[in-house]
Design a protein around this ligand. Structure first.
Ligand code: NAP
Ligand code: ZN
Ligand code: ZN
Length: 352
C-alpha cells in the first residue's frame, strides 16, 4: 500500500478537508498516475451530500470525490503495453468492470450488468473502497486509462472525461448532425460541452437556460439560438421544434413542458440526475409519438473516440482553475449555477 494525499468529505454534507489514505501497490497491469488536474462535476456534489441514497446501495465515507482526472504516467506495471511513463493520460467515472458480460464486450462498460467499479464512492473487485481524483495519485488498470489530447491544455481536457463524454455519447447515439435541431437544457459543465459538441457535429443548436445571463457565452460556444425558460412565451414559441433535447438539469423541473418542445418522433434524453423521480405527463408523450430516454457517460472505446474527436476539432472545456483549498467555495458556486463553465482543481495546490 502507498500513502496518498487528498481532500475528503468525512461524512455526508461535511465540508471537504485534507485527508490521507492508502492506495494499492501497482500490479502487472496497473498504471500509476501523478494527478495534475481534476474537474468538479455536479455528481461529486450530489454524492458528497449523499443525495442519491434512494438509488444507491451505500454511500462510502470518508469520500474523496473526483472523476475527471488528468495527469502524467509516473510508473507502469510489468505487463502494461498501452501507456508509458511520461504519457498524458486520463481517468473518467469508472476504473474497472466485469469485462465479460455482453455490455462490457460491446465496449459499454458503464452499463456493465455485473459490476461497474466507479472511480470513487464504490468498491473495487476486492471490496475495498475506491477514492477519486481530488488527490495526488491514482492506480488504475491500463484498460481503463485514456490517452489525452496532446495538442490541448491538460486542465481544459480533464472535464472531457465526464462532462464531454456524457454529452458526446447521446449526441452520437441519437444522430445529432446537419439538418437536426438539438436543444441543450442547462448551460453548466455538461451543457456547455453539449453546445460545443453538437455545433461541431453540424446540428442546429438551441440553449434553454433559466435566464438570458449566459446568452453571449452560449452564442460564443456555438449556439444558434438562446432562450430563457423563465419566460413562459419560450414554451409556446418553441412548441414542437426539436428532434433531440438533452436535459442536463440537476433539479426538479416541469418535464412535460420540455417534452412538448419535441417534434413528431423526437426524443428527450435525460442526463441530469436529480435526487427524486421525475413525473412525466402521458399526453406529452403520446401527442407526437415522443420518447423520453436516459444516457450515462460512455464506454472506454467511445471516450477515447471523443477525446480524439476533440483533439482534431480543437475542442476543450471552458474552465476556471482553482486551488484545492477553494473546493468548498467552488461547490457553492456550482449549486448557484455560477460556474463558467467547469471548475478544475489544480492538484499542485495540495502541496501548499
Ligand atoms: P452544473 O454545472 O451545475 O449544470 C447544471 C445546469 O442546470 C446549471 O448550470 C443550470 O443551467 C441548470 N439548472 C440548475 N438548477 C436548475 C433549476 N433548479 N432549474 C432549472 N435549471 C437548473 O452541473 P453538471 O456538472 O453539468 O451536471 C448536471 C447534472 O448531470 C447533475 O445532476 C449531474 O449529477 C448529472 N450528471 C450525469 C451524468 C450521466 O452520465 N448521466 C454525468 C455527469 C453528470 P442554467 O444556468 O443555464 O439554467
Ligand atoms: Zn461527472
Ligand atoms: Zn460487465
Amino acid at each position: 500500500m502507498s500513502r496518498c494525499k487528498g481532500y475528503a468529505a468525512l461524512k455526508a454534507r461535511d465540508a471537504l478537508q485534507p485527508y490521507s489514505f492508502e492506495r494499492r501497490e501497482p500490479g502487472d497491469h496497473d498504471v500509476v498516475i501523478d494527478i495534475k488536474y481534476c474537474g468538479i462535476c455536479h455528481s461529486d456534489i450530489h454524492q458528497a451530500r449523499d443525495e442519491w441514497s434512494e438509488y444507491q446501495e451505500e454511500a462510502i465515507f470518508p469520500m474523496v470525490p473526483g472523476h475527471e482526472i488528468a495527469g502524467i504516467v509516473q510508473a507502469v506495471g510489468g505487463k502494461v503495453t498501452k501507456h508509458k511513463v511520461g504519457d498524458k493520460v486520463g481517468v473518467g467515472c469508472f476504473v474497472d468492470s466485469c469485462r465479460s458480460c455482453p455490455e462490457c464486450k460491446a465496449g459499454l462498460e458503464q452499463y456493465c450488468s455485473v459490476h461497474t467499479v466507479w472511480t470513487y464512492n464504490a468498491r473495487d473487485t476486492q471490496g475495498a473502497p475506491t477514492y477519486g481524483g481530488y488527490s495526488d495519485r491514482i492506480v488504475v488498470d491500463e484498460n481503463y486509462v485514456l490517452r489525452m489530447p496532446g495538442n490541448l491544455p491538460l486542465e481544459a481536457c480533464a472535464p472531457l472525461l465526464c462532462a464531454g463524454i456524457t454529452l458526446y455519447s447521446p449526441l452520437r447515439h441519437w444522430k445529432a448532425g446537419p439538418g437536426k435541431s438539438v436543444a441543450i437544457v442547462g448551460l453548466g459543465g455538461l451543457g456547455h460541452m453539449g453546445v460545443k459538441l453538437a455545433h461541431s457535429m453540424g446540428a442546429e443548436v438551441t440553449v434553454l437556460s433559466q435566464s438570458l445571463k449566459k446568452q453571449a457565452d452560449g452564442k460564443r460556444l456555438g449556439a444558434d439560438h438562446f432562450y430563457a425558460t423563465s419566460d413562459l412565451e419560450t414554451f409556446s414559441k418553441l412548441a414542437g421544434s426539436f428532434d433531440l433535447i438533452i436535459n442536463t438539469v440537476s433539479a426538479q423541473i416541469d418535464w412535460s413542458q420540455f417534452l412538448d418542445l419535441l417534434k413528431l418522433d423526437g426524443t428527450m434524453v435525460i442526463v441530469g440526475l436529480p435526487e427524486k423521480d421525475i413525473p412525466v405527463g402521458a399526453f406529452s408523450l403520446t401527442a407526437r409519438r415522443r420518447s423520453i430516454a436516459g444516457s450515462q457517460i460512455g464506454g472506454i472505446r467511445e471516450t477515447q473516440e471523443m477525446l480524439d474527436f476533440c483533439s482534431r476539432q480543437g475542442i476543450a472545456c471552458d474552465v476556471e482553475v482553482v486551488p484545492i483549498q477553494k473546493v468548498n467555495e467552488a461547490y457553492q458556486r456550482v449549486l448557484e449555477s455560477d460556474v463558467r463553465y467547469r471548475f478544475v482543481i489544480d492538484i499542485a495546490s495540495l502541496k501548499s
